[in-house]
Design a protein around this ligand. Sequence first.
Ligand code: ADP
Ligand code: MG
Length: 166
Amino acid sequence: MIKKTRTLTQETDTQKLAAHIAHQLQPKLVDPNFRIQIALEGDLGAGKTTFTRHLLSALGHIGRVKSPTYTLCEPYELSNHEHVTSLNHFDLYRMKYPTEWDDAGFRDTLSQPGISIIEWPQKAEGTLPEFDITLVFELIDEKKRHIHLTGHTSLGQELVTEISDS
Ligand code: ADP
Ligand code: MG
């Protein structure tokens, strides 16, 4: 396990971090079996959806990014060159019980190749498949956040290692 903390003093810092992670992921996406699970934790308004929006945009998504608060999951298809990557954006905040994601049919979605981003993974109380990386957004003030990154798997550790210290 590897941990790092960074300070984001304005939203453009969050955008830069998302772009940096997108840039690291991009070459891996040519592998049709590539799979990554990204957990996003932190209070309401801490910046989880904002980070996801910037990550999607950096990966080439054009258009709206809805918060999946009521649908649990919003799916995206990212195409670059010949490759199409699925990105599933989850928000489990509204789940009424920990395994609702499973009953809603998302075990299959989570096991498929592509990128899974999960806001409020704590709501599943440890019933989700293993994450590669966890980003915890800590709200300091209106614009400033501390972000704590933890790499769990070798893929996650590789991503965290590549994040510069600041
Ligand atoms: P969450 O999904 O964690 O509940 P959101 O991303 O929906 O939070 O909301 C975060 C809000 O804070 C947005 O309105 C965003 O514009 C604003 N914001 C201000 N500074 C930052 C920052 N450094 N990083 C992320 N969001 C920021
Ligand atoms: Mg959100």
